[in-house]
Ligand binder design. Structure first.
Ligand SMILES: *Cc1c(COP(=O)(O)O)cnc(C)c1O
Length: 353
């Protein structure tokens, strides 16, 4: 990045595969803008839904192994739309304590009772599920890869619990889609689960895909229900068609260029080995998200500023985004980084620590 005219090496973007600046993706956006213009002009259900949106929805459904997919303008809106569209007063929503804010907000908006279980803890969820009255509709929602910690949810065990308790199961795969499984199809495919075990799959397009927007994929009935009931789908302007075209180009690269995931993995290994040699405490994450927990907000800010002075950008993430005492440098790696750049980060961290 260039910040105030100064070149800066950034380690806090979610552009994990380096696709946000890919020439094919940029060209697809430009070409489609020439054909369709910039704005979609209206909501999907009015006349904002174009050929590019339809094609992208079909490709996303096929890629994730589901009958249908539905585009939303952002991930935040997708989560609000799904949860508030499926649940209402008297229902129950169960969520991991470390879920993304948009999942929590969806539950709050729905009017359902919100139960937060201990992070990644299947027993804690089981206890809460057993206390619910069987008449209510229940939905369990979890991040697939946790956004601030980088670890994976125990999806297989959670899906078993959900079917035992007749609860909907929803996975927000904002940080797994494009990244996990052989072809990048995400955490649910990587765990060998299908749409019976995880009926509601949501992912964003602004992270590994490098563009913008989000989608929900599932069975025909789910998608039709969302089209009728997800207010954040119905009452908002559709994504620009050119963005859908750009995302289609990006989706092709995700599938064809598995070297991006391989390269990222080798950078993650290099970073973790280097950090361990420096005696830094890492979390048990194998993904591109490699946080260093600092503790107090002031200290995290000071470290971030000291890194910036050395030409490296890692913003400090503080409460309430993360729990009290859990302020951190949320370092993220990308296939667009080189080994030398990772080494530069390590030596800057050594000096700053
Ligand atoms: C980023 C993110 C979202 C929100 O997606 P946007 O498209 O940025 O609105 C939702 N869930 C998780 C886990 C995220 O990391």
């Amino acid at each position: 990045m260039v910040v105030d005219g100064r070149p800066i090496l950034a380690f806090c973007s979610n552009d994990y595969l380096g696709l946000a600046n890919h020439p094919d993706v940029v060209a697809a956006l430009q070409k489609a803008a020439e054909r369709y213009g910039v704005g979609s002009g209206a909501a999907h259900l009015v006349n904002g839904h174009s050929r590019e949106h339809l094609a992208l929805e079909e490709e996303l459904a096929a890629f994730t192994g589901r009958q249908r997919a539905l585009l939303f303008s952002t991930g935040y809106m997708a989560n609000l739309g799904v949860i508030a569209g499926l649940l209402s007063d008297g229902d129950d929503c169960f969520q991991d304590r470390l879920n993304h804010a948009s999942l929590l907000d969806g539950a709050l908006q729905s009017g359902a009772r919100l139960h937060r279980y201990l992070h990644g803890d299947v027993d804690s969820l089981q206890k809460k599920l057993s206390k619910r009255s069987r008449e209510s509709t229940a939905l369990v929602a979890t991040d697939g890869v946790f956004s601030m910690d980088g670890d994976l949810a125990p999806l297989s065990q959670l899906s078993v619990l959900c079917s035992q308790h007749q609860a909907w199961f929803m996975v927000d795969d904002a940080h797994g889609f494009g990244m996990l499984a052989e072809n990048g199809a995400g955490s649910v495919v990587a765990c060998g689960l299908d749409s019976r075990q995880v009926p509601i799959y949501m992912a964003t397009l602004g992270k590994a895909l490098g563009t913008f927007g989000a989608f929900v994929a599932g069975d025909e009935e789910l998608i039709e229900l969302l089209i009728q009931q997800a207010r954040s789908y119905i009452y908002t302007t559709a994504l620009p068609p050119a963005l859908a075209a750009a995302t289609r180009a990006s989706l092709r690269l995700v599938q064809q260029e598995s070297w991006r995931r391989d390269k990222l993995q080798s950078l993650v290994t290099r970073f973790r080995q280097g950090a361990a040699q420096l005696g830094m405490k890492l979390m048990s994450s194998k993904t591109a998200i490699q946080p260093i927990i600092v503790g107090e907000s002031e200290q995290a800010l000071a470290m971030s500023e000291a890194l910036f002075a050395k030409g490296i950008l890692v913003t400090a993430i503080r409460p309430p985004t993360v729990p009290k005492g859990g302020a951190r440098l949320r370092i993220t790696l990308s296939a667009a980084h080189s080994e030398q750049q990772v080494d530069r980060l390590l030596s800057a961290l050594e000096q700053v620590a």
